[in-house]
Design a protein around this ligand. Structure first.
Ligand code: FPP
Length: 244
């Protein structure tokens, strides 16, 4: 297993493969999402146990609105049900839960459940769990740009003062360090409009396992991969070695 010093502070996950998992068993797609929730529960527990500080999960993308209406309806219902069922346990385990994404696109029932879960867990000091719903990396950069433009128009900020830090501080994950490790299950090797800005220097780990089958052993494999990486941020390998 990876040693403590090599544990990523922030892990982001693209949970792919629920539909295929269900289809392989002759079940409707939503049963795959239902089993996906069990895998989420498991991975939150393992991440906290391994000493990960931040976990960000891609639950519903901006593009997922293009799915059949019935699948969207069932997924949103599942989010409400899972949140209501799990919030006590998350709270007991000192997890702080937050949502990122275009909240104005969500219905009242889900919004209320999200607000209640965030309020309940706000002062917890353990694992910080971000769930991305109606989220897209491009949406995030656009909303950050709009908020900076509003500040320029209001005379609070000079256009020339907009730099990396100003943009980063207007993004959905403003107060959280960038992910160190991105895990994607389900066999595809792409970012799919997830945290486009924040993943700039993340190590990328892909596996064929379908999300409902993703378990502790797989998570440890990803951590092991991460522990072997040399993170250079544009420096040479020799420079990195000289300071370590
Ligand atoms: C991608 O698999 C998965 C989703 C779009 C939904 C993910 C949601 C969950 C796992 C539930 C999470 C719940 C909470 C409360 C965080 P896919 O449907 O694209 O699978 P496929 O590629 O096999 O079709």
């Amino acid at each position: 297993m990876a040693s403590d010093s090599n544990i990523p502070k922030h892990v982001a996950v693209i949970m792919d493969g629920n539909g295929r998992w269900a289809r392989k068993r002759g079940m409707p797609r939503h049963m795959g999402h239902r089993s996906g929730v069990a895998a989420v529960r498991n991975i939150v527990e393992v991440a906290a146990k391994r000493g990960v500080n931040y976990l960000t999960l891609f639950a519903f993308s901006s593009e997922n609105w293009n799915r059949p209406r019935e699948e969207i309806r069932k997924l949103m219902g599942l989010f409400v049900e899972a949140l209501q069922r799990e919030v006590d346990d998350l709270h007991r385990n000192n997890v702080r839960l937050e949502f990122i994404g275009a909240r104005t696109q969500l219905r009242g029932g889900l919004l209320d459940t999200i607000a209640a879960a965030e309020a309940r867990t706000r002062s917890n000091s353990g694992l910080r769990l971000q769930v991305a719903v109606a989220y897209g990396g491009r949406w995030d950069i656009v909303q950050a740009t709009q908020s900076l433009a509003r500040r320029v128009a209001a005379g609070e900020l000079e256009a020339d003062d907009i730099d990396d830090a100003a943009l980063a501080s207007s993004l959905a994950l403003a107060r959280i360090p960038d992910p160190d490790l991105l895990i994607r299950t389900g066999g595809e090797q792409r970012i799919s409009n997830f945290l486009l800005w924040n993943l700039a220097y993340a190590e990328l780990w892909f596996c064929d396992t379908l999300w409902p089958d993703f378990d502790e052993q797989q998570f440890d494999n990803a951590l092991e991969f991460y522990a072997q990486r040399e993170r250079r941020y544009g420096h040479t390998g020799e420079q990195v070695e000289a300071v370590s």
